[in-house]
Design a protein around this ligand. Structure first.
Ligand SMILES: NC(=O)c1ccc[n+]([C@@H]2O[C@H](COP(=O)([O-])OP(=O)(O)OC[C@H]3O[C@@H](n4cnc5c(N)ncnc54)[C@H](O)[C@@H]3O)[C@@H](O)[C@H]2O)c1
Length: 261
């Protein structure tokens, strides 16, 4: 039920990665496939590019693609069921899809608030519930990794629009990611008895579409560069693999030392 930690081999494993058509999610899908996992890509956007790249570079690996909205429970359940029907089991879930509004408290509308909260928090709940019951619970094994953010730990990360004012990732984003961290810990306590692990990764600033045209004061960090999606993906591989078989309920900061302690 609770095997010892070993190496990062994912051959024959099945992973679902949300928000994986681009950015951090695409890097996670690629890194998991490199270790031998079959990967289902979930996104609002088409997944042809990343699926083609994976299947060209790793011909022994298969991919699936679901163009769905993770805020829609019916679509989430269908995607999970179809993946289990195709490959027989689900071993890894990476809840990565996310949105980030940088509006001030004053300017934020109810719609802006709902978008970040329901994508980042409710979407993770839908997917977690759908993979655990029945699949991971029945097989007595699973690794769930939630992509959170340093914003959820320190109340927003400061950035500036190129040539413009500085600001912070907004209140809904910080609240949603703080919620993701709490949800991660709650789920870890619930599912450990089934042999399932649940952890989160809190990235600092990472070069993706989400941060395009934004400047981050990385000179103040011990590691004085922005993160690349691969920096996050390699941490995901660790938490998705038997290398982390004594780690659960943790929020791993992968942020170049932006937040220490
Ligand atoms: N880039 C950063 O600096 C940074 C820092 C900390 C945390 N994060 C987190 O990392 C994750 C990935 O972000 P990224 O930087 O790669 O951004 P990104 O915008 O490049 O990728 C996000 C992906 O999620 C998809 N998505 C958004 N809403 C969706 C929905 N409702 N249903 C299905 N798919 C949806 C998008 O289509 C997109 O492909 C997010 O959770 C984000 O909050 C990013």
């Amino acid at each position: 039920m609770w095997p010892l930690s070993s190496h990062e081999d994912l051959k024959g494993k099945v992973a679902i990665v949300t928000g994986a058509s681009r950015g951090i999610g695409a890097a996670c899908a690629y890194a998991l496939a490199r270790r031998g996992a079959n990967v289902a890509i979930v996104d609002l956007l088409p997944a042809d590019d990343i699926r083609g790249k994976i299947e060209t570079d790793f011909p022994e690996v298969q991919t699936l693609g679901y163009e769905i909205d993770i805020r829609n429970k019916g679509q989430v359940v269908q995607a999970v069921q179809a993946t289990a029907e195709q490959w027989g089991h689900i071993d890894i879930l990476v809840n990565n899809a996310g949105t980030c509004s940088r509006l001030s408290l004053e300017a934020m509308t109810e719609e802006d608030w709902d978008r970040d909260i329901s994508t980042n928090l409710k979407g993770s709940f839908f997917f977690t519930q759908a993979v655990v019951f029945p699949y991971m619970k029945e097989q007595g094994y699973g690794k769930i990794i939630n992509i959170s953010s340093i914003s959820g730990m320190i109340g927003g990360v400061v950035s500036s629009v190129q040539g413009g004012d500085s600001g912070r990732s907004g209140p809904a984003y910080a609240a949603s990611k703080g919620g993701v961290n709490a949800f991660t810990k709650w789920v870890a306590k619930e599912v450990g008895k089934y042999g399932i692990y649940c952890n989160a990764i809190a990235p600092g600033s990472v070069v993706t579409e989400l941060t395009r045209n934004m400047n981050y004061p990385v000179d103040n960090q011990p590691i004085q560069r922005m993160g690349e999606p691969e920096d996050i993906a390699e941490a995901v591989v660790y938490l998705a693999s038997p290398a982390s078989n004594y780690v659960s309920g943790q929020v791993l900061k992968v942020c170049g030392g932006l937040a220490i302690g």
